[in-house]
Design a protein around this ligand. Structure first.
Ligand SMILES: Nc1nc2c(ncn2[C@@H]2O[C@H](COP(=O)(O)OP(=O)(O)OP(=O)(O)O)[C@@H](O)[C@H]2O)c(=O)[nH]1
Ligand SMILES: [Mg+2]
Ligand SMILES: [Zn+2]
Length: 354
């Protein structure tokens, strides 16, 4: 455990820690608070500027509008801890977790939010459950290094909730599920209890899933929400990623809706989300079994015996092929070279001096 090093007997330093705690600082953070060093947390990034909430050395809370450095390595996102000097960001602390998706240019990744404990998978159930979407959000959450947690929304307008919860549990095994309604208040108290001091959570969900409404229900606040079209296009209410400090003591990031196509698929996240298939695969004859007509495949045998839903395997295959496609997109050189056994050198490889 990483206990912040603070000199004893200096009352103002205690207040520095208080401000830090109100910003979500916890023993999971791997940096120390040093005397006379200004540390803060990025609450929102807009264009070439970002807002940082920080404590000066007397423990007085400050909010600064900081210019971003043009170097991408120093480019903070909402949730980042930063060191400041004269109101300028001098250092972005190493992230202990990060929610990422493919960059719109398709070749890189974009960090959406940093230093998270919980990723709330916000999925509406008023029109049934979108399993494909839920699975992909779960993959993205597992990849982030934070704990996924499913928040099913709009329960007031849903039917057959027990069946939907069962379907959810099958899609994301091992992940806790909570049903909520921002209209009736169902589940809001439970959610509030989850978001206590020291917890940083982000809401991941499609546009119109009810993320901002949850924030309002939790806080009694009135951030603007607006109905969205069925396709989720064109009328996104939330356009920035922003960190809110909750009355419950925790910190919650509200981000714009994520489209299915924008999701980052990673092998680790796939393995966690499809842990049931992984368990069965232990008994496949070949270690690299593709569970697709391979000899001695235990996964396909489970589908035949009824132990595994066929749809589950089909979804796994779809995600696997997306993963391959994304890897190629991120590495066009490799694609151009065709299927050679040796992967194309990455920038890191080229910088090695061997
Ligand atoms: N019936 C019902 N409708 C809800 C509930 N929560 C949200 N809505 C409605 O769903 C619509 C979208 O809600 P938002 O909270 O703006 O959704 P969002 O996830 O923040 O959407 P983006 O900001 O675009 O990502 C609004 O019309 C809300 O009134 C709920 O618990 N029950
Ligand atoms: Mg919103
Ligand atoms: Zn197999």
């Amino acid at each position: 455990m990483n206990v912040p090093r603070l000199p004893a007997g200096e009352p103002h330093e205690t207040s520095v820690l208080e401000v830090m705690h109100s910003l979500g600082y916890s023993d999971k953070d791997t940096f120390d608070i040093e005397p006379r060093v200004d540390i803060g947390r990025v609450s929102i990034v807009h264009g070439a500027h970002c807002e940082v909430i920080w404590s000066d050395h007397t423990g007085t809370e400050q909010t600064s509008d900081c210019r971003l450095s043009p170097s991408p390595a120093q480019r903070p996102v909402a949730g980042d801890w930063v060191r400041l000097s004269d109101g300028k960001i001098t250092h972005v602390m190493t992230r202990r977790s990060a929610l990422q998706r493919p960059d719109p240019n398709g070749r890189d990744v974009q960090v959406l939010a940093a230093n998270l404990d919980l990723v709330l998978l916000v999925v509406p159930i008023n029109r049934g459950l979108n399993v494909r979407m839920l699975e992909r959000f779960a993959i993205m959450a597992w990849e982030s290094g934070a704990q996924p947690f499913v928040v099913l929304t709009k329960s007031d307008a849903a039917r057959n909730i027990a069946a939907l919860m069962q379907e959810t549990a099958l899609a994301v095994p091992g992940v806790e599920i909570l049903t909520t309604s921002s209209e009736s208040g169902e589940g809001i108290e439970h959610l509030r209890a989850l978001l206590h001091e020291g917890v940083t959570a982000v809401m991941l969900g499609a546009s119109g899933a009810g993320k901002t409404s949850l924030l309002n229900a939790l806080e009694g606040s009135a951030e603007v929400t607006r109905s969205v079209t069925r396709s989720g296009e064109g009328r996104h209410a939330t356009t920035t990623r922003k960190l809110y400090r909750l009355n419950a003591g925790g910190v919650l990031l509200d981000i714009p809706g994520i489209r299915l196509l924008d999701l980052l698929v990673g092998q680790e996240g796939v393995n966690e989300t499809f842990a049931d298939i992984g368990e069965l695969a232990v008994n496949c004859r070949f270690r690299d079994c593709a569970h697709n007509g391979d000899l001695g495949c235990a996964v396909e045998a489970a589908v035949v015996s009824g132990a595994l839903a066929r749809r589950r395997l089909e979804n796994w295959r779809a995600v696997q092929s997306e993963l391959t496609h994304q890897e190629h997109r991120r590495s066009p050189e490799e694609m151009a070279r065709g299927r050679r056994s040796r992967p194309a050198p990455t920038a890191d490889d080229r910088n090695r001096d061997d």
